[in-house]
Design a protein around this ligand. Sequence first.
Ligand SMILES: NC(=O)c1ccc[n+]([C@@H]2O[C@H](COP(=O)([O-])OP(=O)(O)OC[C@H]3O[C@@H](n4cnc5c(N)ncnc54)[C@H](O)[C@@H]3O)[C@@H](O)[C@H]2O)c1
Length: 346
Amino acid sequence: MDDAIRLGLIGSGGQGQYLSEAAKITGQVELVACADLRPEAAQATAAMLGYREWYGNAAEMLDEAEIDAVIVATSHDQLQPAAMDAVRAGKHALVEKPMALTAAAGQALVDAARAADVRLMAGYTLRFLPERREMRRLLDAGAVGEITHITAGQLIGRMGGWLGERAKGGGPLYYVGSHALDFVLWMAGSPAERVFAEVTWAEDADVELDVSATIRFADGFVAQLITSQRMGGRYGWCDVIGSAGRLRAVWESPQVYVESQALPEYRLPTRIEVPPTAHHPAFPADASARLAGFKYVRSWGAEITEFVSAIREGRAPSIPGEDAVAVLRVIDAIFASAESGCAVDV
Ligand SMILES: NC(=O)c1ccc[n+]([C@@H]2O[C@H](COP(=O)([O-])OP(=O)(O)OC[C@H]3O[C@@H](n4cnc5c(N)ncnc54)[C@H](O)[C@@H]3O)[C@@H](O)[C@H]2O)c1
């Protein structure tokens, strides 16, 4: 691994560990150092995954460890400040969603990464799920013709810990709604222009329970988005409907539904089974003890591979920081619309 990217981790919690393990199976990175505000979490992560050094302070790691790039996977309030320190220290950064709490903070990070000439990628994993990539392929092949409607959602059960605190960036809109929103923007391929939103707030916490938003796009169609923490389980979907047909993916199923007047093979409603290795390099998933068989390991592996390739090729990653800013602009507008009771320009 002479040309391996030397990796540091900021935020050694659940997702930081999963991404590190996925990074390991790509064989393209060297796990050099991990950090966490809780030193015991950094120490345990180093012992479990093989990071050579661990730190109780990310700034110290950025000063001392010999790393090229970082993964940032902290609570939402810390993603932008931690990533800002990293890019200013000249490190490439893969930053978990939502990357920042406001579009202005996200844009400041994009600007700092550009000034430091480092790559900045946002961790919108849904785009790497095989069935979602297949949906994108069919969209590009003209399956729906001109888009007329998009509906999407991402729903989970009640959220605890820091995810229940507004100051930490808790609530379903930042946590899972951002994923659905990024996917909608990726499908739409047109800038969001105006938002109207209804938000129901929790009585026992200062975060939202439900968000229902209508988003008008520059190309003239409208998307409807729902996110909630009131479901007794987890569910997510995206429908793209157009002048020639429709596409649907349902989280977490490996199928895509398609009906298309433009593609003769899909004139009748068809369910496509998408193999887990479709659209991805074939990683040896069984190389990882904890993640073996876990469906996201390949998608996270593909995400890391894209980040590493962007660094090596000196190009923007396929999910640049700008895309996270586009999501944050809509999130800003959703909260502003809920507060004013009016439609808000994005
Ligand atoms: N893409 C996905 O599929 C996916 C899945 C789950 C979580 N996530 C994202 O990953 C991120 C982390 O979520 P999680 O579930 O791992 O949370 P977590 O609470 O398990 O871990 C976060 C860790 O960050 C540490 N931390 C907080 N501020 C820090 C700082 N300034 N410096 C160093 N460490 C700090 C905390 O002590 C904690 O150990 C969030 O952005 C979340 O939305 C993404």
